[in-house]
Design a protein around this ligand. Sequence first.
Ligand code: ZN
Length: 301
Amino acid sequence: MMRAYFIQSDWRGHPLAEPVFDHEDEVYLPGVFCPECGADRLFMKFCATIYTTSEVVEAVRELLTSYQPRLEKVRKWLKQPIDESRLQNTLLPEDFTELCQEVRQLLGLPDDFPLSERQCIAARAFFRMPRVPPEWDVWGGYGLGYLTVSPPAAQLLQYSGLTGFELHPVEVLDKRWRLVRDYVVYELVFRGRGGLPRTEPEGFWRRCTRCRHWQLTDYRAYDFEIDPSQWDGSDFFHFVDYGPALVTERARVWFEQSGLRLWVRFSEPKEGWYCRYLGGEARDRAHAENIRKYIPNWRAD
Ligand SMILES: [Zn+2]
């Protein structure tokens, strides 16, 4: 059995020691809503920032303006109103796919380069850190897509034999917002593909005919493991090209034995986290189920 491990933040009670990640001169791709399956986080594949020049950021901004009329089309498909500010910034799946292709051309990226909804494209990014060098070697906290590692951790990782990641250097500002010279930290970006995970019970994966994304059709206490026939062999990966960042047993053991100061911990998938893969209706059922569980006296009227 090949287990996948989920990464959680573990700041060891030092909330003031955590870095703040920020961008300058950035633009965000819109979100996606699929009327067929009702899902709206389908394209969440790859959350790390894409770095480029100010000229390209400006060109992407202009391209997004040309998509403005299409953003409105989503409204007529909605059964119930969603947050107005989000609606202003949401495309139908086929429009999003077309937009991504144009963005790839502007950025000079290959046709299969993964782009995510709400993806950030920036000319400059930085971490603002209370202490330089930091008290950690491996830090996480932005959820789905990546980890942040110190220079010693980046060095060790390059010779670790682990696969499926990229390291991107990011500038560091001190607590007075001054650039720290000759020092960077690294974003560790998850690039591996896990394919469809094996689930226990089986038989609940379905692919939406419109947005082409795989989703679970029922809310169950699934047990996930890697299917070696679909997984690309990477130690850092996402299942079905989206959802949480995951590592293999080999990577978990490597980190735990590395001697690095880990401000993350690895846990086996548990009830709840697989909700990322649920389709629209299954997600509504899961939501109702959770409300019943955690707010026992709540009644839907
Ligand atoms: Zn769909």
